[in-house]
Design a protein around this ligand. Sequence first.
Ligand SMILES: *Cc1c(COP(=O)(O)O)cnc(C)c1O
Length: 241
Amino acid sequence: MSRETSATKRRQELAANLAAVEERIATASAAADRDPDSVTLVVVTKFFPASDVRLLADLGVQHVGENRHQEAEPKRAECAHLPLTWHFIGGLQSNKAAAVARYSDVVESVDRAKLLRGLSRGADGRGRPLDCLLQVALDPGDAAAPGRAGAAVPEVVPLAEQVLGTEGLRLRGVMGVAPLGEPPRPAFERLAEVAARVRQVAPDATWLSAGMSGDLEEAIACGATHVRIGSAVLGPRPTIK
Ligand SMILES: *Cc1c(COP(=O)(O)O)cnc(C)c1O
């Protein structure tokens, strides 16, 4: 197949997948008595090339998500001219926080105070604050399982207060990933409760990022304002890159 034909085919595939996801968002919003415009679609482009990001932007996608710094940084640079908002949704090392803050518009995976100095340093000089979400560990019970991303529930409000006190960062809300092997609904309900507690100290922190390809309906039912959708738009991720 010629390069042009395969690009056309990929565009059609992405357009059809996007339409199906938008339909799911509309149906889930209606079921929850919500305006579908209150849900922002973040298309997770990790493992997929900049050429797909270009096609998505052309198809009207406004938000993309990446989870690995070493992949996100060059892809972001290659797509610098596109009118996109870039969400960083992956685990962050504190020595990479400043670099991630320089090219991201939103960092959704802020889960410990140790990251704040680097994020603040990277945000400095952008001319506008860096939007931050606190990633909450949604394992049942209060203790975050070791090695899992996210702040344990009791640590979230203190972390929110620290973000509020950090120059260059703007606290927008919380993010969570439903634990594997558990029905997502109770996890998203826990996340919504944490979000409400965060809003008591930060009334502007109204974003709730929850829901992926497999569970966006449950997330929207629990109040998600942002859904992070990878495979339902881009197809199965390549296993090796
Ligand atoms: C990869 C990823 C997603 C997207 O997952 P899909 O199941 O492919 O939709 C969402 N959130 C985070 C944090 C991810 O790492």
